[in-house]
Structures are given as C-alpha cells and as structure tokens.
Write a protein that binds this ligand. Structure first.
Ligand SMILES: CC(C)=CCC/C(C)=C/CC/C(C)=C/CC/C(C)=C/COC[C@H](O)COP(=O)(O)O
Ligand SMILES: CC(C)=CCC/C(C)=C/CC/C(C)=C/CC/C(C)=C/COP(=O)(O)OP(=O)(O)O
Ligand SMILES: [Mg+2]
Length: 277
C-alpha cells in the first residue's frame, strides 16, 4: 500500500503542479489580485489539479515506452496499475472541472480548452514534430491568462504569457534533443528527429531571442518597477547561456534553463510588488 500511495503522488509530479499553480497566482497578482483573492485561490488549485491529471494520463498512455526508458515510473514498476492510473487521472480531471465551474466565464473557457489539450496531448500532439512542444508552451503560457481571467483582467498579463510560452518551447526542444535516442527507438517523430538536432536547437535559439527582446516590455509599459530589469536580465542571461550550452550538453542545459525560468518568475513578482507598495 505504501508504494501505491507514493506512486499516485509521483503520477501527479507535484513539483510541476506547484510550479504551474504559482504561475497562475503570479498572473492574478500582476493583473490585480486585490480584486478577487477567492477566485485566485480556486484558479491556482484548478491549475495544480489539471497538471496532476495531465501528467497521470500521460504516464498511462506512455506506460509501454516508459517500461523501456523509465522503468522507475509508478506504472512500469508496478506501484500503480494502468487502470488505477487512469481512474486517478479521471478523478483529478473531474475535480478540476468542478472547481473551474466556480470561476468567471473566460476562466471556464480557458480551463475547458486546457483540459481537452491535456487529455489529447500524448495521443494526438506529442508524436507530431513540434506540435507537442507548441501545445505544452501554450499550456504554460495560459496559466498567466488563467490567473488574470480569475480577477477579470486577462489582457494585463498577455506579455507574461508570451514570455512563458516562448521559453517553455525552448526548453521542450532542448529536452527533445536530450531524449532523441530513446524517442527514435520508440518511433516518435519529435522536432529534432524530423529536422535535425542542430536545426531544432537553432529554432529554439531564435524563439529565445524573441523572448529576451520582449522581456523588457513589462518595465517599459510601467507594469513592473526597475528591480524587474535586474531580475529579468539575470534570468535572460541564464537562459541564453543554457541555450548556447544545449548544442554540446542538452541534459545540463535543460536543467539550467529551468532555473532561469524560475528566476524570471521571481522577477515578475518582485517587479510588480515594488509598483504596488
Ligand atoms: C524570457 C523570459 C522572461 C521568460 C519567462 C519564463 C517563465 C516565467 C517561464 C515559466 C516556466 C515555468 C516556471 C514552468 C513551470 C510549470 C510547468 C509544469 C511547465 C511544463 O513542464 C513540462 C515539462 O515537460 C516537464 O518536464 P520536467 O520539468 O523535466 O518535469
Ligand atoms: C490553467 C490550466 C487549467 C491548466 C494548465 C496546465 C499546464 C500548465 C500544463 C503544463 C504542461 C504539462 C505539465 C502537461 C502535462 C503533460 C505533459 C507535457 C507531460 C510530459 O510528457 P512527456 O512528453 O511524455 O515527457 P515525460 O518524459 O516527462 O513524461
Ligand atoms: Mg511521458
């Protein structure tokens, strides 16, 4: 029983759930959390539960592949049965739907689109070159819009959504380069397999260049205070270095890149806080 409970928690990948919920909360905070603390809290829980549901159904559909490449995952190691994982995912999806119904109309629309995307990601989008990366990027970017919509001001965080989406695309491509051997063995057609590793990494570098060029905009529009520039410059530097590093060592680069995105999230919060105090 102990390993089953641990397995169910692992299916959710709680670190991703918390990180995504923080992004939703950041979106609400930047947009104007004073307007609606309750809906913000609900939106953060919906985000966390939706990510848990999406990760669990991903493991269900990936169970044969993971048995070869990730035997330590809960289903291949026998901690949770495939049917059990599907039931847990369905329960989390149902909970996300029930809670999303408490939110404003636009939030409900975003949640509905995202939940369908999460159910179809693995079976429809993941194996199509670049499409899976674009969908995950949209999902991460949408957390800011979801938080902004919860407080009735989604347009206030469109730039943040774009930055999060672009940077997620970059990291997903680097992760696909890291996983290229296993993905090729599984017969997956990821972007690096379809167009080549270096071309895929150059495409990611261009996307990062756009994100870095756009990153001062929240300061220039007055949304964030000057401290944001210091924080986002550090985050940009980490992500740019990770992107350069990815051509030689994608495994280290994608982990370093993730720290850069966390640094950027802190810069968003600090940048807004100094304007509000
Ligand atoms: C240029 C600039 C200022 C960019 C903004 C960067 C920003 C705030 C990005 C947000 C990225 C973030 C913190 C995402 C966490 C939420 C999440 C669940 C991401 C999706 O991850 C999917 C990935 O495949 C999971 O893999 P792993 O992390 O290895 O478990
Ligand atoms: C705002 C709302 C309602 C939802 C947002 C949902 C979010 C932010 C999702 C983020 C992306 C995410 C974590 C999706 C889950 C599915 C996924 C991409 C799993 C990873 O799948 P693989 O590509 O198989 O990689 P692994 O090797 O890690 O399994
Ligand atoms: Mg998987």
């Amino acid at each position: 029983m102990h390993d089953t409970a641990r397995g169910i928690v692992e299916l959710a990948r709680p670190g991703n759930c918390v990180a995504a919920a923080v992004l939703t909360g950041t979106g609400a905070f930047v947009a104007g959390i004073d307007a609606a603390v309750g809906p913000t809290a609900v939106a953060m829980v919906v985000t966390a539960v939706a990510v848990a549901a999406g990760n669990a159904i991903n493991d269900y559909f990936d169970r044969e592949i993971d048995a070869i490449n990730r035997p330590d995952r809960p289903i291949p190691r026998g901690a949770v049965s495939p049917r059990g994982a599907l039931a847990v995912s369905a329960g989390w999806f149902a909970l996300a739907v029930a809670l999303a119904a408490l939110l404003p109309p636009l939030s409900i629309v975003i949640a509905a689109v995202n939940l369908v995307a999460l159910v179809t990601y693995t079976t429809v989008f993941k194996g199509t070159p670049g499409l899976g990366n674009v969908l995950v990027s949209y999902l991460v970017g949408s957390t800011f819009l979801f938080g902004g919509a919860a407080v009735g001001r989604p347009t206030a965080v469109v730039v943040l959504a774009l930055l999060a989406g672009l940077s997620t695309f970059v990291r997903e491509v680097i992760k696909d380069v890291e996983d290229i051997a296993g993905d090729r063995k599984e017969g997956l057609s990821t972007l690096p397999i379809a167009i080549g590793e270096r071309r895929a990494l150059w495409l990611a570098a261009v996307a990062l260049g756009v994100a870095v060029a756009v990153s001062p905009v929240p300061y220039l529009t007055g949304t964030f205070g000057r401290i944001y520039l210091v924080g986002v410059a550090a985050a940009d530097a980490v992500m740019l270095f990770a992107c350069y590093e990815s051509f030689d060592d994608p495994a280290t680069a994608q982990r370093r890149f993730k720290y850069g995105t966390f640094l950027a999230t802190v810069a968003f919060v600090a940048g807004r806080a100094v304007v509000l105090v």
